[in-house]
Design a protein around this ligand. Structure first.
Ligand SMILES: Cc1cc2nc3c(=O)[nH]c(=O)nc-3n(C[C@H](O)[C@H](O)[C@H](O)COP(=O)(O)OP(=O)(O)OC[C@H]3O[C@@H](n4cnc5c(N)ncnc54)[C@H](O)[C@@H]3O)c2cc1C
Length: 425
């Protein structure tokens, strides 16, 4: 019997180091440069950021999502989840540790499917944290249903020519390259007719029409590009993983990414709960502390319980991925935590803001950013919650059969008769 909820002491020591390092050294960057984390480094940023990355490397914690063959420690999803719980508190945390989305997933794609030349030009600098990348799949007319996509690549001599529009391509404005999904053979249907292309952002015909901002951001701050691929010519080897293999390629990046998002959200929820508790102990009204009011105690108890349930579910999902080494076997739970992520964040964040009163509605607390920017995105990015809920239901139903007769198998009157016969009473 092995069923253990403890963290091995050596790794706990690493987590303790990360916790202190993020709070003391990385969170100050969030305050002075909140929107710069994906921008290529200028000298002023590099002077501060490079030594921090170096300290992470010295701890053997750089790019922990990668196996040793790619320069990472190969920790697996469970340890990665615990690390992401801490990094999730901070805007700059993932960049300083070399684990920021979408670069983690794009690096995995290049590692699996890139040519040696592509790896040298793009993968190595990406792993070194010197460049950024973009995953360009969603289109203006549809994201959740790839059947609505229109971007097309046509073979032309010694290359391919791409035409179409993509929407919400995060970080394209700072990306060195884009990974673009396009039809290559509509007759082959979705799972054989779409291919994934490596497109350098500087290729003629890649036109960023505008950078869409999230709620509260101006267009100057926006990072989610509307891109026109206008007769973009790429060589034959720009097809990653072979013609018609877009979904196979996409799968290599999504499973782990969802666990990381969920665990970063656990970190944010914990921060919101910490703030709630501190406020409840600090504020007095009508003769007693907020912490002494039963309704506020109920907020604390519910938040703690919801967060603990969610955290254990995410860790269990990460453990299953390590155990089975096969994302498809953990599909149901990966989808379930994706659905839960915005719900848990919403309920804990809401209570924390409420207990902070007017201050909670202001832009003077980190809660504001989580509420306006993170929360709505959580149930949309990487696919809407509804779509993941369908996956959960479909997977759950695989374990069931229709009732054999007119009544449910747990119908008491029918079963009473059978029980009497069995017991002879
Ligand atoms: C912050 C952020 C970053 C993103 N980054 C990227 C990126 O880097 N690259 C990229 O390609 N895309 C990115 N996206 C886009 C994201 O993947 C899509 O927004 C998502 O797949 C949904 O597509 P859509 O917005 O077109 O909504 P639609 O597909 O139009 O869906 C709209 C709504 O319809 C409902 N719905 C849809 N399908 C179903 C269904 N089957 N059953 C029931 N209801 C349904 C849901 O309520 C859904 O929210 C990002 C999105 C966000 C918010």
């Amino acid at each position: 019997m092995s069923w253990d909820f403890t963290t091995e002491p050596e790794f706990q020591a690493k987590l303790d180091w990360v916790n202190a390092f993020v709070r003391e050294e990385v969170e100050p960057l969030d305050l002075v440069w909140p929107g710069d984390n994906y921008k290529p480094l200028d000298d002023a940023h590099r002077r501060i950021v490079d030594p921090l990355k170096q300290r992470v490397r010295e701890q053997g914690l750089w790019a922990c999502h990668l196996g040793p063959e790619l320069g990472g420690p190969g920790y697996g999803q469970l340890k990665l989840a615990m690390l992401n719980e801490i990094l999730g508190r901070s805007i700059w945390g993932p960049v300083i540790f070399g684990t920021q989305a979408p670069d983690t997933g794009n690096a995995e794609i290049l590692a699996h499917f890139g040519t040696e030349a592509q790896k040298k030009t793009y993968l190595q600098p990406l792993l070194d944290g010197e460049i950024f990348s973009c995953f360009s799949m969603t289109e203006p007319q549809g994201g959740a249903d790839p059947a609505t996509f229109e971007t097309e690549a046509v073979r032309d001599g010694d290359g391919w020519v791409l035409n179409g529009w993509k929407f919400f391509s995060s970080n394209a404005r700072w990306a060195e390259f884009l990974i673009v999904m396009a039809w290559t053979n509509r007759d082959a249907g979705l799972h054989g007719g779409m291919s994934m292309f490596l497109v350098p952002t500087s290729t003629p015909g890649v036109v960023i029409e505008r950078n869409v901002g999230l709620i509260g951001e101006s267009e100057e701050e926006g990072a989610h590009a509307l891109i026109h691929y206008d007769n973009v010519r790429v060589p034959l080897d720009a097809v990653l993983g072979g013609e018609g293999k877009a979904f196979h390629v996409a799968q290599t990046r999504l499973g782990g990414g969802r666990v990381h998002h969920a665990m970063r959200t656990v970190g944010n929820c914990q921060r919101a709960l910490d703030m709630l508790c501190e406020r409840a102990l600090s504020r007095t009204t009508k003769g007693s502390r907020l912490a002494d009011k039963q309704l506020v105690q109920s907020y604390i108890a519910e938040s703690y319980s919801e967060l603990t349930q969610f955290r254990l579910f995410v860790l269990y999902t990460a453990w299953q991925i390590d155990h089975y080494q096969d994302y498809s076997k953990v599909k149901k739970d990966i989808a379930a935590i994706k659905v839960l992520t915005p719900k848990v964040l919403h309920s804990i964040l809401y209570r924390s803001m409420q207990v902070h009163g007017a201050l909670g509605t202001s832009n003077e607390l980190p809660l504001a950013r989580m509420w306006a920017r993170d929360l709505p995105s959580m149930s949309i990015a990487d696919g809407p919650s509804e779509v993941h809920a369908v996956t959960v239901a479909r997977e759950v139903l695989k374990g069931y059969e229709p009732a054999p007769g007119m009544w449910p198998t747990d119908h008491l009157p029918s079963n009473l008769e059978a029980a009497r016969t069995k017991l002879g009473v």
